[in-house]
Ligand binder design. Structure first.
Ligand code: FDA
Length: 312
């Protein structure tokens, strides 16, 4: 079912069908903090008050219209302006982060996409740096990985503390990427990976992905960067504690990250243990692809969605 759902995540026809169900809105609200900046900020304030950190994502991806990419930059600039008042300070660790998809900034444009995305990303990073807000560039499908890493490295030259990125444990290349970024002292969010990738580039069986995640995490924990453990998996969370201790890292020398609406009680439990926990908070009306990837991660979400959609 996962490949089918992930194909649907990029199908305009499936999008029209799914967004047409009245019940979709209820389930989307579980994973998305509203369509407006105001509703996202209300969620952000609540999470910060609960002792959690945040990473805010303005939803949108695969932009093929330069004007849309510019609009995304403007929205991030308005968001960062609002966040500067909330950014606070926890020493080197920033409680407020924005997450950015380079494909929403123009990376997928047929002409000059890489350069346009770099220029747009630089505008976002410059504003975030001035506001005391971190920027982490999301990982998208494997065809974008080289371009994303090149942009991240270019921006890290001027903003090494502000800029981080995501690595996906399901890609065969990621152990090597972890070694390289860990040696550079980079801030790296490690996730399992949410796209439908061919076996020529990715592990496709869950036990292989899980094993790769733990290998990659041990490299990041032993390195000189700041690991961000993005997973809801209890085995990953337990192992991260052990690896951090073995590497001589204190509670604040790495962090956990989870998605808004998933394992809220576990997020709260980790906060009571004085662990840094950051919640990824998406907002905006382009929620379809993000929402379908969340369904694909957990069959129970699909069953709930189908039951609700057919019982009306
Ligand atoms: P796994 O899928 O094994 O799930 C472990 C347990 O977590 C499940 O048994 C269930 O209890 C719970 N769970 C997981 N997913 C759930 C869901 N959707 N609904 C309800 N419960 C769920 N991917 C990517 O390709 N590029 C990216 O940039 C990012 N960014 C990112 C940021 C952050 C902060 C997180 C937490 C995740 C991402 N991801 C991502 C998504 C990631 O690749 C992965 O698909 C999901 O996190 C699910 O994998 P887990 O590690 O949680 O484990």
């Amino acid at each position: 079912m996962r490949p089918m759902l992930l194909a649907a995540a990029r199908s305009p026809r499936a999008e029209r069908t799914v967004t047409g169900f009245p019940v979709t809105r209820t389930l989307v609200d579980r994973f998305v903090a509203g369509e407006s900046l105001a509703s996202a900020l209300a969620t952000v304030r609540e999470l910060l008050q609960s002792g959690r950190f945040v990473s805010i994502d303005f939803l949108g991806e695969d932009t093929v219209d330069p004007a849309q990419a510019r609009l995304t930059v403007d929205t991030y600039l308005a968001l960062i302006d609002e966040l500067s008042a909330l950014a606070g300070d926890s020493g080197d660790v920033r409680p407020v982060e924005v997450s950015v998809k380079l494909s929403a900034l123009g990376q997928a444009l047929p002409r000059d996409g890489h350069r346009i995305a770099l220029d747009n990303a630089r505008a976002v990073v410059r504003a975030a740096h001035a506001a005391g807000v971190w920027v982490t560039f999301d990982a998208e499908d494997h065809t974008t990985t080289d371009s994303t890493h090149a942009i991240v490295r270019e921006l890290r030259r001027d903003f090494p503390q502000t800029v981080g990125t995501v690595l996906q444990a399901y890609l065969h290349r990621t152990e090597d990427d972890c070694r390289a970024f860990a040696a550079e002292g980079a801030r790296i969010r490690l996730c399992k990976g949410a796209y439908d990738e061919p076996e020529s580039v990715a592990f496709r069986r869950k036990p292989e992905v899980d094993a790769s995640y733990l290998r990659c995490l041990s490299i990041l924990m032993a390195g000189s960067g700041y690991p961000m453990v993005a997973s809801h998996d209890p085995v990953v969370i337990g192992t991260a504690e052990l690896l951090a201790t073995a590497a001589g890292r204190g509670n604040t020398a790495f962090e956990y990250q989870m998605l808004y609406g998933i394992r809220d009680a576990e997020q709260a439990r980790l906060v009571t243990l004085d662990r840094h926990v950051r919640v990824y908070v998406p907002f905006g009306d382009q929620w379809y692809g993000y929402f379908i990837r969340r369904l694909a991660e957990r069959p129970a979400n699909v069953a709930f969605f189908l039951r609700s959609a057919t019982s009306r």
